[in-house]
Write a protein that binds this ligand. Structure first.
Ligand code: ATP
Ligand code: MG
Length: 564
């Protein structure tokens, strides 16, 4: 492709609203433009990257027996009503009515449609197993679209679904996906960890996420270098340091003006771990007190799992209405008619808690004795806490979720009547699995993991072009003729080449080449006339090599072997 005939609108400055590096660089390199919050246009270079990723995904999905289909983006509400998700999903689903007033929605995912097809087309155990996949647009009204293409409201997803006769067969389909995903991320040049995850609204029997380490990620995972334990912090349970074995008497202490854990521990000269943080949430059945140790934080997903329902933090006026005191003074002792859930770490020890009176705290409180409660895992795992498998210290890392795999089980097949006749002629529900990958997140994760101060360093397999050809002096007929010839030869040899044929200073072209991050730059400059050589530069290592004009193709073939 010739630059002068292309749309590659590079920018010198970062977009004002961008924080994530991938967001800045993908906009500056002219890959994407934002149309509205969380809605992006992919310009030619951005689309080339997506296409390369999608090609790899297709190859690996086909290799495990996947069959490509395309399902609609527009769905009738009935399917989602049958699965129960019409009501279970809140504002994230785009809903609309057709001209006859029928409820419709835009597909966030396609389990319902898959189960609908299976209900009609699968009859017998002989029709199983099946793997169906698509690379299709998903629409989700994300609460916080941010970080460029990492979290958008419209995005491409590779979603695949497995249909099996039983759980043992699902295990095989699941593992085939797990391995295919490893090959996809390896080939795309993205480094990742595989972690256990919370199946959440998908329901089901087990799930893993593929997480690309990056500061721009919105997820955190707990990892143990000693035994390989790896879990999303939504699920991970670190073994906290021992409980606070205070021998304080059970008594009231005056704490005027004290509201936060930090203030309580400073005033009473105690470790924050010797206090209880009492948080008020509003669940479907009213207020809930959630208790974690003072040095811990509550994970809202863990609370949702314990409550088997979503809840939200209470507003200050709701706290006052239900508990008769402002948020900073709430405690679990003596409250009636309010559900109390305490983190497991509070089973032992004595603690300081709010006394439900302004300016007063209680010391020496023993959970389970001084107040009744349910026990659950509520806390966010902290770095350095013990690994739940082996006890060695956990590491917490920030990651981008690039893919996930779920053992769905029979939730959707039962709801939508997707059954088959087994070998004995008995009707059984199909056992399903569901597997997602975000191509845009792969692209952005690659940029997050592979860049330098001058721009992107694309992995070879997903770069928009492999060779960036820069003739330095456009007015020099010999240089241009050589550049044209190299362009032709490289393309004939199967390389994708971008030729920067703009009438720009060499410095401008080099800067843009660094920004775009195409793996190999070929510079045709003065050295051609003087010594008959051109310069090859590897973007990642910035190593230069001068090769005779006639050996360019061979040299690039050789370099290509070494770049990943
Ligand atoms: P998250 O927890 O980040 O919201 P999710 O669990 O909702 O992700 P899935 O519904 O399982 O994700 O989607 C499968 C894949 O699609 C994800 O692993 C991710 O790569 C991609 N994906 C999900 N939501 C978005 C989004 N809003 N923008 C871009 N890609 C997304
Ligand atoms: Mg989501």
């Amino acid at each position: 492709m010739r630059w002068t005939r292309s749309l590659i609108p590079t920018l010198r400055d970062d977009p004002a609203d961008a924080e994530a590096i991938s967001h800045k660089l993908m906009v500056r390199a002219g890959l994407v433009r934002q149309l509205a919050a969380g809605i992006y246009v992919y310009l030619p270079l951005g689309l080339r990257v997506l296409d390369r990723i999608n090609r790899i995904i297709r190859e690996e999905m086909n290799a495990i027996g996947g069959q490509e289909v395309t399902m609609p983006v527009l769905h009738p509400a009935e399917l989602w009503q049958q699965s129960g998700r019409w009501d279970a999903i809140g504002g994230e689903m785009f809903r609309l009515k057709d001209r006859n007033g029928r409820d419709m929605c835009l597909g966030m995912t396609h389990e319902e449609v898959i189960a609908w097809i299976a209900a009609r087309e699968i009859r017998s155990y002989r029709d199983l197993p099946q793997i169906w996949y698509q690379i299709q647009t998903k629409e989700r009204d994300e609460a916080r679209p941010r970080s460029g293409v990492l979290r958008t409201r419209e995005f491409l997803m590779k979603d695949s679904y497995t249909l099996d006769p039983d759980v043992a067969a699902l295990e095989i389909s699941y593992n085939a996906h797990k391995e295919a995903y490893c090959r996809i991320f390896d080939r795309c040049g993205v480094s990742y960890v595989i972690v256990q995850s919370d199946p959440g609204m998908m329901g089901g029997a087990g799930a893993h996420e593929f997480m690309a380490p990056s500061a721009a990620g919105e997820d955190e995972v707990a990892l143990c270098a000693a035994c390989g334990y790896a879990a999303n912090v939504e699920l991970a349970r670190g073994v906290p340091s021992g409980p606070a074995l205070s021998d304080a008497k059970r008594e009231e202490v005056a704490t005027p003006g004290v509201r936060t854990i930090a203030e309580v521990s400073a005033r009473l000269q105690i470790d924050p771990a010797a206090t209880i943080k009492t948080l008020v949430f509003i669940g479907p059945d009213g207020p809930v007190l959630a208790l974690v140790r003072g040095d811990h934080a509550l994970h809202e997903r863990k609370l949702a799992r314990a409550l088997k329902a979503e809840s939200r933090p209470a507003h200050p006026d709701e706290v006052t209405r239900h508990l008769g005191v402002a948020p900073g003074s709430v405690g679990p002792v003596g409250v009636g008619g309010v559900r109390i859930i305490a983190d497991e770490s509070l089973r032992e020890g004595r603690y300081v808690v709010g006394a439900n009176r302004e300016g007063v705290h209680l010391t020496g409180v023993t959970p389970g004795r001084d107040f009744d409660c349910e026990w659950a895992d509520l806390q966010v795992a902290l770095p350095g806490e013990g690994c739940p498998s082996c006890g060695k210290p956990l590491r917490i890392e920030r990651v981008i979720e690039v893919g996930n795999i779920f053992k769905l089980g029979t939730k959707y097949s039962v709801a939508l009547g997707a059954t088959f006749l087994d070998e004995r002629g008995q009707q059984q529900p199909i056992v399903m699995g569901s597997y997602g990958i975000g191509p845009a997140r792969i692209a952005a994760a690659a940029v997050e993991q592979r860049h330098d101060p001058d721009g992107i360093v694309w992995p070879w397999a997903i770069a928009p072009f492999q060779v960036h050809l820069v003739p330095v002096a456009m007015k020099d007929a010999a240089q241009m003729a050589a550049a044209d010839e190299i362009y032709r030869d490289l393309r004939a040899a199967g390389f994708e080449v971008l030729m920067d044929d703009r009438e720009e200073r060499a410095g401008v072209k080099f800067k843009d080449a660094d920004l775009l991050g195409i793996p190999i730059r070929v510079t045709v400059g003065n050295a051609l006339a003087k010594e008959g050589v051109v310069e090859l530069r590897q973007r990642g290592t910035r190593t230069d090599r001068r090769v005779p004009r006639s050996e360019v193709v061979a040299a690039i073939r050789e370099m290509a072997q070494t770049i990943s």
